[in-house]
Design a binder for this molecule. Sequence first.
Ligand SMILES: Cc1cc2nc3c(=O)[nH]c(=O)nc-3n(C[C@H](O)[C@H](O)[C@H](O)COP(=O)(O)OP(=O)(O)OC[C@H]3O[C@@H](n4cnc5c(N)ncnc54)[C@H](O)[C@@H]3O)c2cc1C
Length: 385
Amino acid sequence: MAKVMILGGGFGGLAAAHELRGRLGPEHEVTLLAADDRFFVGYAKLWDLVGTRSLVQGTGRLSALDERGIRFVHAQVTAIDPDRRAVETSAGSFDADYMVVALGAAADRRKLGSAERGAHDLYDPDRLPAMRAELGSLHDGRVVVGVLGVPYVCPPAPYEAAFLVEEFLRRQGVRERVEVVITTPMPSPLPVAGPAVDELVAHGLAGQGIDLRTGLQIAEVDTDAKVLSFADGATMDYALLLGIPQAAPPAVIADSPLAGEDGWIWPDPETGRTGFDGVYAVGDCTAVENLPRAGVFAEALGKVAGANIASEIGAGPGGRYDGVGFCFLEFNGRRAAALEGDFFAKPKPDVRLAEPNAETYARKEAFEAERLQAWLGISRSGPTA
Ligand SMILES: Cc1cc2nc3c(=O)[nH]c(=O)nc-3n(C[C@H](O)[C@H](O)[C@H](O)COP(=O)(O)OP(=O)(O)OC[C@H]3O[C@@H](n4cnc5c(N)ncnc54)[C@H](O)[C@@H]3O)c2cc1C
């Protein structure tokens, strides 16, 4: 009998757990540990923010894994020993023959200070009620969707947020008096995707009167005066700041021997293997050249890692990830586009963004519904259902 332990119940962890459960006989144990017992896709937070659909409606509980032959342990991992494939957690110590580390990225939101109003981490689900209330009561001023630092999770998300917020303000009848601005330290919206994609995104934003300011690094946020200071000395006031947190390696990883010098795990990009026997790492807690931190990539490598562990146990062939994938980018008017292609292509990713349309929006809805159903047995459809 083999014991497999998966750390994290997001895209990477759930994909690995189900791949293993599907491949291994019942004599083998698959255990998944996560600090949060909820699962939802990232973009469900934006739908909640603008009143399309509540986050609760798109949320599954990881306890549903138990009925699917995967033991769920609701616990915070506090230390990882990859040599022994052992962890310390808030629910005691665990060890295994194989381990998949899929703990996601931590959010560095220090620039937002301790403000409870006016400035928020857009990615923090617990701040959604406050963000929604403040957005709904705005009558004038400026909403800034501000990238606080790079790297950040899901490169298209700030643009999606701006499109959805702009549309919300128009519905509220206040758009003429509320400016919508995006600031990013990057030189263009999505540099990894190339100039044609940048042009399409910039054109879409301009069409909605959204002010895109590139090359602007937020140095400081004065949450009392509601003023942003940029590294070049410029300043900008805001009525509401929706900050995109810089992604940081989780402390439990940075403090472990798994971490590279920068605190991230650098696994083999095609297999998920780390330098430790039987230890794999996937998703946002890893760093892979040119690969955005996004659920589809965490899922793809989670499946591959699961297959490779199953293969080591003698249950079928292993696998390799080829770098082909996509990220959704939602525009206004229930339209979406997909940034698709080969992210491992050399010398740079070979990806394209088609014009946004209703079909891709439907694909985005289906993407969520399929995962909730397949991983947690939940029948759920998108906001238009
Ligand atoms: C607004 C928004 C829109 C997005 N849109 C898309 C999209 O359209 N397409 C797409 O592919 N991606 C999208 N993403 C990105 C996507 O959500 C992430 O890239 C994805 O969740 C990463 O998966 P993961 O498994 O690596 O980590 P996560 O999903 O972050 O999961 C990490 C898991 O580890 C657990 N954990 C963390 N620390 C500990 C600890 N110490 N102890 C125990 N458990 C712990 C967490 O509870 C969680 O279960 C979006 C994200 C946002 C915020």
